[in-house]
Design a protein around this ligand. Structure first.
Ligand code: NAD
Length: 368
């Protein structure tokens, strides 16, 4: 069988630096685990604008639609701030998400024991935390019509519309239930059914999908405001949380901070499965292009490396190898390896981006 294909779009700022370490990890799996990929590199964001005058060339878009998975670094930077909105680096990323129809955004919040003191919460609240927020990404109030700022009498009114169809709710609910079966088998669905009709429909459809096809998964419902409180009170009560675009935006950032540094957070955005059962998929760190540290070898590559671990698990059904990679990361952190963003108040000497890559490769070797 042909090797699976990976399209790598390193992007701007620290994107190419962190992706350089991911490429070493991908090569390691090819050499040591007989898990080879056909890797192709292309441009996105400012880098694509510099070469083609557009943040995502049509050919790159076509390659992304063909690839078994896309890995993205980061886009953006001050150099592009004055560009027209339609040419800004971020438009490249938005086009990928839109044309790949990536409706299910997976944001894990995992707290490695060695970093538990980085959280703003107490160690015992977050140590060992491993939850996943599934956010609907292509509909809801960020897209609903009518929208705009209108004249009404002698003043203006700003309008956005929260809108969800049953099929939009159903597909993201299925994605959450499937995910839960690979993890702790528990889903908590969050909305505001007490005050929003879209929330009433959300709750009804999630329950219906559950009862019909996922009765083996434990399902609970929670109002999203209570969900926000529970996330900082006792986050370990959750396994998978499924929620809409707006609540997911806020709750996933809130959950991210449970774990400490931005340099540690991976994400996946998944679409509908192909004929072979593999979803359209884009994997990327949560952080941006970090222009303040770009080109200095200071960036933490772990968020990007853990995004590749997610690709192993969710696109290539290599859960054991994903765990191997996650455990290698956990080991280097436990051994005290720290990039600058992970330095505690006690100081110490930070290691560089490539030294963090070296340490993770050594830990992978040691895992054999
Ligand atoms: P940012 O995530 O780039 O940086 C925020 C802070 O975190 C900075 O101090 C940065 O140095 C630090 N940081 C981020 N990632 C790090 C890493 N891997 N290792 C060590 N430190 C890290 O967010 P920002 O500064 O608000 O945005 C900078 C640019 O990135 C902007 O152009 C923005 O539009 C873009 N951006 C892109 C994405 C994306 O590509 N998905 C996401 C957010 C922001």
């Amino acid at each position: 069988m042909a090797n699976p294909t990976l399209l790598i779009l390193a992007g701007d700022g620290i994107g190419p630096e962190v992706m350089g370490q991911v490429t070493r990890v991908i090569d390691w799996f090819g050499a040591k685990r007989d898990l080879a990929f056909e890797v192709e590199h292309d441009l996105v964001g400012g880098a694509a604008y510099d070469k083609h005058g557009t943040p995502l060339h049509d050919d790159t878009m076509a390659k992304a639609l063909e690839a078994d998975a896309v890995l993205l670094g980061a886009v953006g930077g001050p150099k592009y701030d004055a560009l027209d909105f339609s040419l800004k680096p971020e438009r490249g990323l938005l086009r990928l998400r839109k044309e790949m129809d990536l409706f299910s955004n997976l944001r894990p919040a995992q707290c490695f024991d060695a970093l538990a003191d980085f959280s703003s919460l107490k160690r015992d609240v977050v140590a060992g935390l491993d939850i996943m927020i599934v956010r609907e990404l292509t509909s809801g109030v960020y897209f609903g019509e009518p929208r705009g700022i209108f004249e009404e009498g002698n003043e203006r009114v700003g309008i956005n519309t929260q809108r969800y169809t049953e099929s939009e709710i159903e597909r993201v609910a299925r994605s959450a239930f499937e995910l839960a079966r690979r993890r702790g088998n528990k889903v908590c669905s969050m909305e505001k059914a007490n005050v929003m009709e879209s929330g009433v429909l959300w709750r009804e459809v999630v329950q219906r999908v559950h009862d019909a096809d996922y009765a083996d998964v434990e399902l609970s419902h929670m109002y999203a405001d209570n969900g926000a409180m529970q996330l900082v009170r006792a986050p370990k009560q959750f396994d998978v949380i499924v929620t809409d675009n707006l609540f997911g935006d806020i709750l996933s950032d809130c959950a991210a901070m449970l774990t400490g540094s931005l340099g540690m957070l991976p994400s996946a955005s998944l679409g509908a499965p192909n004929a072979d059962g593999r979803p359209k998929a884009l994997y990327e760190p949560v952080h941006g292009s970090a222009p303040d540290i770009a080109g200095q070898g200071k960036a933490n590559p772990i968020a990007c490396i853990l995004s590749f671990a997610m690709a192993l698990r969710y696109s290539f059904d290599q859960g054991e190898e994903a765990t191997r990679l996650e455990q290698a990361v956990e080991k280097v952190l436990a051994d005290g390896a720290r990039t600058a963003d992970l330095m505690g108040p006690d100081g110490g000497t930070p290691i560089s981006t490539s030294q963090m890559g070296d340490a993770i490769l050594a830990a992978l070797d040691a895992s054999l």
